[in-house]
Design a protein around this ligand. Structure first.
Ligand SMILES: CC(C)(COP(=O)(O)OP(=O)(O)OC[C@H]1O[C@@H](n2cnc3c(N)ncnc32)[C@H](O)[C@@H]1OP(=O)(O)O)[C@@H](O)C(=O)NCCC(=O)NCCS
Length: 244
């Protein structure tokens, strides 16, 4: 509620988190144990971030394979941009690999430049599908009343592409076929009533660009921010990345 401003109907009950852990999912916390009185094993008071995931089954070609669907990650506002988000994802990856899971997926709002940067640029996730108004109406403050369109991040945990990104290896130059832009002003537009129409216009334009590009078999292979803070999705052929 603190992060998303959800009303109680959108909040996941504590019991659900217990069940996710029991059936092979993950609930991972980041704790500030230097808060006076905080126990070293963490406590509700010292929780400053979390990430959670449900177990899933991927079927399609070949035998069904287990994977994790990550659902929700947050870092308390005063603790952001210090690397905790990346650390939470790395803890998630480590735990998954220890259990033989090689894929984690999650959805994210294509208009959230910071999240796209984190997911694609810093973690090495790729994207090849777009979900239109995935959750329907959301009480999330971050959604700004817009349709809940989502991109699906695909994180191939032990692929050479992801391993290379995580150790900071420079990527070889990619052949890009399309770029899709999100203006830095989107955050202000989403947050205010007068800006809502502009945010919606960007969402609709980018929605059709993504759907069209994915129908042509393109993949989001990179994401960059320019000097003004605008975000740019880079799309090309996935075969350029070592994803297996
Ligand atoms: C998304 C979130 C969990 C990230 O946590 P975090 O601890 O701030 O993440 P990190 O510090 O590990 O990494 C953030 C990166 O984004 C960069 N960044 C910050 N603001 C940015 C922006 N406006 N545009 C692009 N990148 C941005 C940071 O500089 C950092 O990169 P760097 O380490 O190369 O400098 C946190 O911002 C959050 O709780 N957001 C609200 C909830 C949410 O959106 N959750 C995710 C979807 S469910």
């Amino acid at each position: 509620m603190e992060t998303w401003g959800y009303d109680p109907t959108d909040v996941i009950p504590r019991k659900a988190f217990l069940v996710w852990q029991k059936v092979g999912g993950q609930v991972i916390g980041a704790f500030d144990t230097e808060i006076p009185g905080a126990p070293p094993e963490g406590s509700a008071e010292s929780l400053v971030g979390f990430v959670s995931a449900l177990p899933g089954i991927k079927s399609g070609d070949g035998a069904p394979r287990p994977y994790l669907h990550s659902h929700m990650m947050a870092v308390k506002e005063g603790y952001r941009n210090r690397g905790l988000g990346v650390q939470l994802k790395l803890a998630q990856r480590k735990e998954a690999l220890e259990h033989g899971i090689r894929l984690i997926e999650w959805t994210f709002d294509p208009l959230e430049i910071k999240n796209a940067f984190l997911n694609i640029h810093k973690l090495g996730a790729v994207v090849r599908s777009y979900l239109v108004d995935f959750y329907g109406v959301s009480s999330s403050r971050l959604q700004g009343g817009l349709p809940t369109d989502r991109l699906v991040a695909e994180w191939r945990l032990d692929s050479p592409h992801v391993e290379g990104i995580l150790v900071g290896r420079a990527l070889s130059a990619l052949v890009l076929e399309e770029q899709i832009r999100v203006p830095a002003a989107i955050y202000d537009w989403k947050a205010t009533e007068p800006g809502r129409e502009q945010a919606l216009a960007v969402q609709m334009e980018n929605r059709s660009k993504f759907l069209e590009a994915f129908s042509r078999g393109l993949t989001v292979v990179g994401f960059v921010r320019d000097t003004e803070g605008n975000g740019i999705y880079e799309l090309g052929n996935a075969s350029q990345l070592e994803l297996i």
